[in-house]
Design a protein around this ligand. Structure first.
Ligand SMILES: [Fe+2]
Length: 240
């Protein structure tokens, strides 16, 4: 069995299409989506329509929670942009997404950690352009009580796999639509293969027309996103 994992699309339709094309070439048995779907100054509605159409197991991210819980005037600019673009069918779909999902007692999906869509799991939240890694005890503590051989998380936009001492594997596939500290604009995702009772993770970087995505961000009034989309580095102005 082989699966693909995507996360943190952030409204980047061009990156999503490139990743879905690449996944199609891999020949997987299923694709899972870990949230932060539409919040970005790009093409939130188009992304939502694609995701509604392919209808894959999906959990909501912290940005979906923001969209569900708040009126536009209480949202940060990126979320407000997405919310004002969205139509009723997109809102209905997002409102129905679960915060976590367990599949076949084997695979657990969450956005941040099993108990939080804001808490980072496999790395510490970026500080400027710097990412640091938490210690073993901190990572293991967040897995406590969740007895799944494979656990999938997103949120930090940093691709990483951690295998706990007891054999459980935690995988963050990185971000499809927004690179902040990898120094490369390529879209990221992961595949995981089950062979002989063991999960083998692989990470993928997919080139796409990131200049076109950057032009969309700039045209929509978010020049700081243009810089990140072109370079793969977050600028001093931040993004959210
Ligand atoms: Fe995100």
């Amino acid at each position: 069995m082989k699966i693909a994992v995507i996360a943190d699309i952030h409204g980047n339709r061009l990156a999503l299409e490139a990743v879905l094309d690449d996944i199609a070439r891999q020949g997987v048995d299923g694709t899972f989506n870990l949230g932060d779907l539409v919040s970005g100054p790009l093409e939130p509605n188009w992304v939502a329509d694609i995701l509604m159409d392919i209808d894959i197991p999906t959990v909501r991210g912290n940005h979906e929670r923001e969209l569900i819980d708040n009126p536009p005037d209480r949202l940060k600019p990126v979320d407000r942009f997405a919310q004002t673009q969205m139509e009723a069918r997109h809102r209905g779909w997002i409102n129905a997404l679960p915060p976590t999902l367990a599949l076949l007692d084997d695979i657990f999906l969450c956005h941040g950690t099993p108990t939080s869509d804001m808490d980072p799991w496999l790395d510490n939240w970026w500080d400027g352009r710097t990412v640091t890694t938490p210690d073993e005890a901190t990572v293991a503590a967040k897995a406590e009580g969740f007895d799944y051989p494979l656990m999938l998380c997103g949120h930090t936009h940093v691709p990483r796999a951690v295998r706990l001492k007891d054999g459980r594997l935690i995988v963050n596939p990185g971000s499809v639509g927004l690179q902040m500290n990898l120094g490369s604009p390529d879209a990221r995702y992961a595949t995981i293969e089950l062979r002989g009772g063991k999960y083998y993770p692989s990470f993928h970087a997919v080139p796409y027309d990131h200049f076109a995505a950057a032009r969309q961000a700039e045209a929509n009034g978010f020049p700081q996103w243009r810089e990140a989309l072109v370079t793969g580095w977050v600028g001093a102005a931040g993004l959210f």
